[in-house]
Design a protein around this ligand. Structure first.
Ligand SMILES: Nc1ncnc2c1ncn2[C@@H]1O[C@H](COP(=O)(O)OP(=O)(O)OP(=O)(O)O)[C@@H](O)[C@H]1O
Length: 255
């Protein structure tokens, strides 16, 4: 992301001067107060919203529109309740020219990757919240994206399912090598999952800060219980509370 600025109406700035270099295979979370522009930034990266100025690059190539290199999982999942699991997953491939056999093979692979083997023909109605979440993720994985963009994907889940899904997401990332950018309200989730956390501020601001989370991987309950984990959470909460820019502290200009 290079010098991204966004205003929807030409008057109010949602964010300005957002620059970030995210490495392949990195897990980056975006946190910040409600209304600060997290979803807007994700939509700009996805290509759904055009920035007022600035540029998005994927592998050094400027991108202006949505593309198969970037897949998005929304909070409401956008599954088709009248289709079964495999047809929901295969829908991700419909726009690409591919014969039926190959479509089924690829869909089965994605279903296996998210741990839903055996549920291919199940109706969406009969699935739990966590299972629906897996279907939504499988539908994006089937297109083999380089970058997975997620907007509050786990916020509708109960606490235990949410923690399970966080572990599943890390496993899927490890297996696929995808880059993941996640918008979340949960500081705990951001620290647990991320290599880096972007902190945004309210009122049309620049990126407030960037925190490197150097906790060991694989992450698990043991890591969650370490003093270092809590220290990262404390640091993030403090930065959100203070709300002032620590420019250059860790990242020079931008990230
Ligand atoms: N399509 C749009 N047109 C005009 N204004 C919009 C549009 N989308 C978002 N906004 C405004 O932009 C601001 C940032 O919204 P955004 O949803 O990006 O914030 P957020 O940080 O994701 O919020 P939350 O944490 O509450 O989901 C808000 O004031 C919102 O009303």
């Amino acid at each position: 992301m290079e010098n991204l600025n966004l205003s929807y109406d030409g008057k109010r700035t949602i964010f300005k001067n957002v620059s970030a270099h995210i490495k392949k295979g990195e897990f980056v979370s975006i946190v910040g107060p409600s209304g600060c522009g997290k979803s807007s930034l994700l939509n700009v990266i996805a290509g759904f919203v055009q920035p007022t100025s600035g540029e998005i690059y994927v592998n050094q190539t400027p991108v202006k529109k949505p593309g198969p290199d970037r897949a998005v999982v929304f909070q409401d999942l956008a599954l088709f309740p009248w289709l079964n699991v495999i047809d929901n997953v295969a829908f991700g491939l419909k726009i690409q020219s591919m014969d039926k056999k190959e479509r089924i093979e690829k869909s089965m692979e994605a279903i296996q990757l998210v741990g839903l083997s055996g549920y291919e023909n199940a109706s969406i109605h009969d699935l739990s919240g966590g299972m629906k979440q897996r279907v939504a993720i499988a539908r994006t994985l089937v297109t083999n994206p380089e970058i997975l963009l997620m907007d509050e994907p786990f916020s509708a889940l109960d606490a235990q399912t949410r923690e399970n899904m966080q572990d599943e997401l890390m496993r899927i990332q490890e297996q696929t090598g995808m880059t993941i950018i996640l918008v979340t309200h949960s500081i705990d989730e951001a620290v647990y999952l991320s290599d880096r956390v972007v902190v945004m501020q309210n009122g049309g601001g620049e990126i407030l800060d960037l925190i490197d989370v150097s906790l060991p991987r694989p992450r698990n309950l043991e890591v969650r219980l370490t003093p270092a984990f809590n220290e990262y959470k404390r640091q993030l909460i403090q930065h959100l509370k203070e709300g002032h820019v620590h420019k250059g502290e860790q990242s020079g200009s931008g990230i």
